[in-house]
Ligand binder design. Structure first.
Ligand code: AMP
Ligand code: ZN
Length: 142
C-alpha cells in the first residue's frame, strides 16, 4: 500500500486522525459524507491508499471504488429516493480538483437542482451523522 501523506486530509481521515461521518469501510476503501455537501446525501468514496488522482491510482483500488459505488448508489436511492445520481471525480486543479487524494463523488440529483459540483457551506454535523448511519444500515441489509 502506498504511504499515507501526513498533509493529506483524506489520509488523516483514513488514519483516524481527522473526523469524518463514515458510511462504510472495507479493506481497500472508505466511504464518508462530504463535509460541504452540494445537496443532502453527497457522499465520497476513496481508496485508503494515497494517490493524488486517477492518473496515479492503482487499478485494483479503482475497481474496488467502482464496485462499491454500486452498493452506495443503491443505499442513496433507498434512503433519499432522488430523481437521479451524479457520479464524478476531478483530476488536477485545472479540472476543479481541490483535495488531491483520489475520490469519487456521489451526488443525489433532483429535477431542478443546480448542477453544481461543490457545496458552498459545511453541512449540519447532526444531519451528516444521521445520513451516514442511514446509508450504512441500508448497505447492511442490501
Ligand atoms: P474535489 O474538488 O473533487 O477535490 O472535491 C473535494 C471534496 O472534498 C469537496 O466536495 C469537499 O467538500 C470535500 N471535503 C474536503 N475536506 C473534507 C473533509 N475533511 N471531510 C469530508 N469531505 C471533505
Ligand atoms: Zn491521501
Amino acid at each position: 500500500m502506498s504511504e499515507a501523506k501526513t498533509d493529506c486530509i483524506f489520509c488523516q481521515i483514513v488514519a483516524g486522525d481527522a473526523p469524518a461521518h463514515v458510511v462504510w469501510e472495507d479493506e481497500r476503501t472508505l466511504t464518508f459524507m462530504d463535509i460541504a455537501p452540494v445537496v443532502d446525501g453527497h457522499t465520497l468514496i476513496i481508496p485508503k491508499a494515497h494517490c493524488d488522482d486517477l492518473f496515479a491510482a492503482d487499478p485494483v483500488d479503482l475497481r474496488a471504488v467502482v464496485s462499491l459505488s454500486h452498493r452506495v448508489a443503491h443505499a442513496i436511492g433507498h434512503v433519499l429516493h432522488p430523481d437521479g445520481l451524479g457520479v464524478f471525480q476531478l483530476n488536477g486543479s485545472a479540472a476543479g480538483q481541490t483535495v488531491f487524494h483520489y475520490h469519487m463523488h456521489l451526488i443525489p440529483r433532483n429535477h431542478g437542482d443546480p448542477l453544481r459540483m461543490h457545496g458552498r457551506k459545511p453541512g449540519d454535523p447532526a444531519r451528516l451523522a444521521e445520513l451516514a448511519k442511514e446509508l450504512r444500515e441500508a448497505m447492511e441489509i442490501a
